[in-house]
Design a protein. Structure first.
Length: 402
């Protein structure tokens, strides 16, 4: 039986996710069909086992939501009636814990909390009518998640096949400050055009999210290989099919020479990156250095891609004088980092992901491209700078000799 799915993703990565889903369909399953992109995600359809495959293989999706019902609505009672009519008992039992989440765009309903309560009540009432008891609510680690989506006129009801959000890969030990979500890091790698084999360098690697995502791509380790999913708790879960899907994944041979490199000012971050890489199943060495970003040199003779999510304020000034204003430290750091890029990284494509829209100005570089993204609710940009030899050095204008 075919199901309709919606795969949400970080805003700005919809096209990258659609491309990735098409690749999953081509490589693993002819029954998966990719439909339209909308702000915040991609619609697709397929068998229930296709949801298993997307959960296992998608590096960019945040969840895989299976559509249960869709109607035009005027008030909360319409939403209650539609939810009550669904055969929830076919999917999970009264002994499973549940959680309901509702998101809305331009909905005329006054309270999302009240709408969420009506959906929960309808599910509980259906179980009570049939079995004389109701499922318990667990907002922290529920067995089953139900998601409602409202726009101005339509309501869509989904059953979440993922459970925990897909960016939670199951390997992260610790994060450091303001970590980049794993699926956003994977999406940024795709948008830069990086492919396994191209040199990749993150000179401000933090806890190693970009490096771990790239290393898993290089080894062809599925992002969902080290975690469990909500669909494993569904009635009728096909354990044999799931084992076959996981068993068909064959990691690639270990690379002969390193192509992924990282560094950070903090030794603690380098240690954390090493541990995260180990937990992510990376069996080959990634050269890591403790060094300030403005001191780095290209790790390979062949130019590649430099991708980093520069830290804010404090980590830039770890070794700075605490009496100096953070803004002055930041400006001095970017001025020095810019000089390093111009003098040492000719031929490299440099991508900086930041919420600071003044970044090119601080670097005194003109971006070749800037792409808007959202890191959660935070609006960011991926700035691309092409480091052409001699291009960024402005020669003094010489007086013309007549």
């Amino acid at each position: 039986m075919a199901h309709s799915y919606f795969c949400p993703c970080p805003r700005g990565l919809e096209a990258a996710l659609a491309e990735e889903l098409l690749e999953i369909a081509q490589q693993y399953t002819p029954t998966l069909k990719v439909h339209n992109q909308v702000p915040g995600g991609v619609h697709c359809s397929g068998e229930l086992t296709d949801a298993y495959r997307i959960n296992l293989h998608s590096r960019i999706a945040s969840r895989v939501l299976m559509r249960m019902a869709h109607i035009s609505y005027l008030n909360e009672n319409h939403i209650y009636d539609l939810t009550l009519a669904q055969e929830w008992e076919d999917w999970f039992s009264v002994d499973h814990t549940i959680r309901v989440d509702v998101t809305a765009i331009k909905s005329p309903l006054k309270s999302l909390e009240f709408t969420t309560l009506k959906i929960k009540d309808a599910i509980c009432d259906r179980f009570r009518d049939q079995f004389g008891k109701r499922p318990s609510v667990d907002t922290h680690s529920p067995d089953i998640r139900i998601v409602g989506f409202l726009d101005a006129r339509h309501f869509t009801l989904y059953l979440d096949t993922s459970g925990e959000a897909l960016f939670k890969r199951g390997w992260r030990l610790d994060t450091g400050d303001a970590p980049l979500r794993e699926n956003l890091a994977a999406g940024l790698l795709r948008v830069t055009g990086w492919k396994p084999g191209i040199p990749l360098f993150d000179p401000m690697c933090g806890s190693g999210t970009i490096l771990a995502e790239a290393a898993q791509m290089l080894a062809d380790i599925p992002p969902g290989a080290r975690r469990s999913f909500a669909f494993e708790k569904f009635h009728g879960f096909d354990s044999a099919a799931w084992q076959a899907i996981k068993g068909s994944v064959k990691p690639l041979p270990l690379p002969g020479a390193p192509s992924i490199f990282g560094s950070d000012i903090s030794g603690d971050m380098i240690a954390m990156t090493r541990e995260n890489l180990r937990r992510a199943g990376i069996l080959f060495e990634l050269p890591l250095k403790q060094i300030e970003a403005q001191e780095v040199k290209p790790p390979t003779e062949i130019p590649g891609i430099l991708l980093t999510n520069p830290p804010y304020g404090e980590r830039i000034g770890v070794r700075g004088d605490s009496s100096v204003e953070a803004d002055d430290l930041t400006r001095a750091f970017y001025s020095a980092f810019s000089t390093t890029l111009k003098q040492r990284f000719a031929g490299w494509k440099v991508f900086l992901f930041s919420a600071d829209l003044t970044l090119p100005k601080m670097l005194r570089l003109k971006e070749a491209r800037k792409t808007p993204f959202f890191n959660g609710a935070l609006e960011c940009r991926l700035f691309r700078f092409d480091m052409v030899a001699g291009f960024n050095r402005r020669e003094e204008a010489k007086p013309r000799e007549d």
